[in-house]
Design a protein around this ligand. Sequence first.
Ligand code: CP
Ligand code: NVA
Length: 334
Amino acid sequence: TSPFAPRHLLSIADLTPTELTTLVRNAHHHKTIIKSTGEVPTSLRSALAGRTVALTFSKRSTRTRLSTEGAVVALGGHPMFLGKDDIQLGVNEDLYDTSVVMSSMTSAIVARVGPHADVADLAQHSSVPVINALSDLYHPMQIVADLLTIAEVNLSSSSSSLGLEGMRIAWVGDANNVLFDLAIGAAKLGIDVSVATPKGYEIPEEMRGVIDQAAATAPQGGKLFETNVPEEAIKNADIIVTDTWVSMGQEEETAKRLKAFEGFQITSELVKRGGAKENWSFMHCLPRHPEEVSEEVFKGPHSVVYREAENRLWAAISVLEGFVVNKGHITSSQ
Ligand code: CP
Ligand code: NVA
């Protein structure tokens, strides 16, 4: 790679534990300042002035589009949203041509794709940073927001860590893109993750290797536990997380999956049987369907899902600042 090769964010695995911590802390810093003053500070507001960021999405999105488009505006740039029917990507033109051309006219590319290879190909040929806005393997911006959601209640500006070591996250549901990056991030921050999936829907072997590697990048990496029994995963959990049982692109498997995941719905009875910590929190990246979590838990006092969703904006500002404004040099904004 040339010394001018841009740095991309395709997965949380691309970050050191310190960089991940810094991105989360910067997100918290921007959230605090912008919400308390009602304004974006001048330094941020001009950071991408006169520059364009392409947001190319081949799948639907509410949160990722709102947050990345809003983040580009907060940084003074111009977001150019390109939906799947707007550009030639993958239909009339190959990824190489699209990537070279798109990056010749923009300062960054935020891409939501199907196969992870698509965003990896875009990155390989792009002359500007490429940020993964969800692929079938990873969802890094979601995880920066999730870690902010978990950490923010206890964040003080004095300590440089997020203070999450030794925590336990239970993931009950499908082993998917959101779980993979969450498990990688948790491993890097010393958080243990216990995963319950139905038989046949476990974490793929290669991904387990990637998560183990992530744990090895930390002095005291978080551990991964796996089971097919939801109660076992929930035992002693501080945080309980799930996501849809049918990710975008898996619609044809809907009937089969709904059947396979029976008994995996997060309900207060399940949480009680499992024995979560008393002050457990419920998280979900959204969009949510009633089968994976009961209304009572989703809207109940333990749920932090709407704060988690809002945190996507603060995470997107932090990620774009780190990767686009500061070209991959992730340093503290405080
Ligand atoms: N959580 C998330 O990525 O939501 P969207 O698909 O609506 O962007
Ligand atoms: N796992 C889900 C996440 C949506 C934000 C999907 O890929 O569809």
